[in-house]
Each structure stands twice: as structure tokens, then as C-alpha cells.
Design a protein around this ligand. Structure first.
Ligand code: SF4
Length: 410
């Protein structure tokens, strides 16, 4: 089975039409992944290609449409290309020494502003002669560059090595999901309700990833449904270090877990792992400011259709309305689509984004910060509206401190 997307380094190829982005991708992956054509603007939606880039590991190449596209359809393609920046961990700007100009500088500045490591590829080096002033300016800006000819493979090996050298540190040493909270030789109890919303025959990704992370950290775990939790806990001679529950079972699990055992939810683990937990704690506390009729955005990374009493479309809106004491104006968004103007929302509530790389979640946090709109996630929202926020934050001292300080001031 393939590594999940969230574990892959997302490498975006950007540039104008017909500079050879798709040919570079094909040369890197040695496959016909993208449609290569002499006609400018063949690529519309970004094309994604997962592969193993050894010794780095699993990566996802994103081949984008030309940043200089024209016409109404071209405008849509450009929007999708800019949106792909939100999930890019490492950016490759493809151009040539002849045409490097305003578009490329704009891209380079955007990457710099977002602190995304960038590599410049000057393609078609068999046609266009190197310009030393251009190369000197890249060198003095400390931007790595490679000269290539994708059609005959020249420079492709060097490009692969440059990618390996410039992979962000947090990709190479990924932070753990949960094992650092448990420790080697210690146990965690994972509570997984099996209701009609649970997928048939399997566990969901945050649960699977947490189990794997515990094994990687030499911890061990027991997985139970919420009904069996009390009995399972009684069988431990030494209690587990941590209980992690699906947020929907928070109340029952909190009641059945002795107070001396730390408790949190999968969703809160992912607020830390994929996002920015202290920032999202502040976001959850904005629930107190909500009033009847306020606009709230619920954003889910998956684009699947909701089933039954879905958490995002049914349960959270219901709990929030009960907390606020009136109906809220709730809107929903799924997948990579995110409204361009978010300033009207009083709060954004996000899922754990376990399917994404961390960069995409951080991009959303950055946008919400710029628009001055608080952002939180499902687990934090549920814990807050059920009155068990402090307990759910106990495993995370820095986030708990943020909560206590803000609480004191309010
Ligand atoms: S909705 Fe979000 S948290 Fe849930 S499985 Fe999809 S990406 Fe993961």
C-alpha cells in the first residue's frame, strides 16, 4: 500500500506555459505523467504524481498550469496554480535564461514570503545560452539553480540531487503524532467508536497513523470501543500514560477515564501535528463571542459525501447552536477549495486535515490570521462546547498555558 499523501513531500513545478514543466516532471519520474505538447497551456488542473525519491522517501510532484495563461479558462487555471502554492513544501520554478522576467520574479518573491525552499530550473539550455548576470543574481540571493535540457536528460540528475539537498528539515525529521506523549515502553489506550458513520472494514487514517506512530516510538497501545473502555482500563496493572478518543465520544470517555490519566482526542493530536495547536486553542475560545446569525465556515479536507449523523455537517452545527443558544449561518467547504474572501466569517472550524501535508493546513492558518478570523478544529470545538477543554489540553502544557492566560484575561 502506498504512503498516504500527508507523508509525502509536496514538490510543485511552476512557470509559464510551454517552458517544459511537464517534460521536467517526466524526466524526473521517467514516465509520461503529464501531457507534453508543443502547444502552450496543455496542463489545466494541477497533475499530481506520487513517487519514491530515494533516499528522501515518498514525494508528490504537482505539475501546474502556466502562470501566464490567458482568457476566461486561463484565469481559472491560474487560480488553481496559485492555490497549489498552498500545499507546496518545495517549489521549482521552471524557465529559461532568455525569458526569465516578471512572472518568475513574482513567483520567487511569493515563495520567499512563504518561506518555501525554492529551486530554479533553467530549461532548454541547449537552445538558450546561460546569462552570467542572471546566474550571479541567483547565487547572491542564495537560490539554488540547475540548468537542464529535459528532452535529452541533461541536468536531471543534478536536479534530483538539488531537491534532496533542499528538502525542508521538518520533512526529514517529522514530528511524532502521539508517541512523544507516551514514551518508549509505555501504553496508550485508543478509543474508536464503531458506529454507522465508521467506514466498513477498516479504521480511519488518523487512527491508523496514531497506531503506527506509537509503534515507531516503541510504545504499545490497546484499541477499544467506548463501551469497553472502563473494563479495559481495569485490566492494566499500570495505567496507560494517555487515552486518545474520537472526539464524538469525548463525554463518555472523560467520564470513564480516571482524572489522573491524561486524555485527549485524535483530532486535537492532529491540530498539533498538522497545524498550530496554541493558535487553534485561541480559535476555539472565539466560540464564546459567537452570536445567533453569525457566519461560520466548516472546512473539511476530504471531499467525500457525508454519511448519516456526520460530524462536520450535523453534529458540530448542532452542538454549536446549542452552545450559542440560536441558529448560526454555517457554510461548508471541502477539499482544496477555500473561499477567497474569508473576512466575513466569525470563525473557521477545520477537520484534522490528516490527508494533507502540513503546509496546506499552515497556509489556511496563515490566511485566517491575515484576515483576522479565528480558526480552530473539530476536536477543540467539541471539547470546548462540551466543557472539557482544559482536560483535553492537559497533555499539551504550552497550549494549556495559552488557554489559562486567555481565560484569566476574559
Ligand atoms: S475529514 Fe479531515 S480529518 Fe477526517 S479523514 Fe478527511 S482529512 Fe482526515
Amino acid at each position: 500500500m502506498r504512503a498516504p499523501k500527508s507523508f509525502r513531500l509536496h514538490i510543485g513545478l511552476f512557470g509559464r506555459r510551454n517552458v517544459g514543466k511537464s517534460s521536467i516532471l517526466n524526466a524526473l519520474t521517467s514516465q509520461e505523467v503529464s501531457i507534453v505538447s508543443d502547444v502552450a497551456g496543455t496542463t489545466t488542473d494541477p497533475v499530481e504524481k506520487p513517487m519514491e525519491l530515494l533516499p528522501l522517501g515518498p514525494v508528490l510532484f504537482i505539475d501546474t498550469a502556466g502562470i501566464d495563461d490567458v482568457g476566461a479558462l486561463g484565469e481559472k487555471r491560474i487560480q488553481k496554480t496559485w492555490a497549489a502554492l498552498d500545499r507546496t513544501d518545495l517549489g521549482i520554478i521552471v524557465s529559461n535564461s532568455q525569458d526569465w522576467g516578471e512572472f518568475e520574479e513574482k513567483l520567487l518573491n511569493e515563495f520567499k514570503d512563504r518561506a518555501i525552499p525554492t529551486i530554479i530550473v533553467l530549461n532548454k539550455s541547449d537552445i538558450y545560452e546561460s546569462k552570467s548576470c542572471l546566474l550571479n543574481s541567483f547565487s547572491s540571493d542564495k537560490v539554488p539553480f540547475v540548468e537542464t535540457t529535459a528532452t535529452n536528460g541533461k541536468g536531471i540528475l543534478e536536479l534530483r540531487q538539488t531537491i534532496l539537498k533542499n528538502a525542508p528539515e521538518d520533512f526529514i525529521n517529522r514530528p511524532s503524532i502521539v508517541s512523544d506523549l507516551v514514551g518508549p515502553g509505555e501504553a496508550a489506550m485508543l478509543v474508536v467508536p464503531i458506529d454507522k458513520e465508521a467506514p466498513k472494514g477498516r479504521l480511519i487514517l488518523p487512527q491508523v497513523q496514531s497506531i503506527r506512530d506509537l509503534l515507531d516510538g516503541d510504545s504499545f497501545c490497546m484499541v477499544v470501543k467506548e463501551r469497553e473502555l472502563r473494563e479495559a482500563l481495569s485490566r492494566f496493572n499500570k495505567p496507560p500514560k494517555l487515552v486518545v478518543t474520537d472526539s464524538q465520544a469525548f463525554l463518555k470517555v472523560a467520564a470513564d477515564t480516571p482524572p489522573e490519566i491524561l486524555l485527549t482526542s485524535f483530532s486535537i493530536l492532529f491540530a498539533r501535528h498538522q497545524g498550530d495547536l496554541p493558535e487553534m486553542v485561541k480559535g476555539a475560545m472565539a466560540i464564546d463571542q459567537l452570536k445567533t446569525g453569525d457566519k461560520v465556515l466548516i472546512a473539511e479536507a476530504c471531499s467525500h459525501h457525508p454519511i448519516g449523523e456526520d460530524i462536520g455537517t450535523v453534529k458540530i452545527p448542532r452542538w454549536l447552536s446549542q452552545y450559542v443558544g440560536g441558529k448560526l449561518n454555517i457554510e461548508f467547504t471541502r477539499g482544496h477549495d477555500f473561499p477567497p474572501n474569508i473576512a466575513d466569517y466569525k470563525l473557521i472550524i477545520h477537520c484534522g486535515a490528516c490527508m494533507w501535508n502540513r503546509r496546506e493546513m499552515l497556509s489556511r492558518i496563515m490566511k485566517s490570521r491575515q484576515a483576522n478570523v479565528p480558526l480552530t478544529n473539530y476536536g477543540l470545538t467539541i471539547a470546548y462546547s462540551l466543557g472539557i477543554f482544559e482536560r483535553a489540553l492537559q497533555p499539551f502544557p504550552a497550549a494549556l498555558e495559552v488557554y489559562k492566560n486567555l481565560n484569566e484575561k476574559s
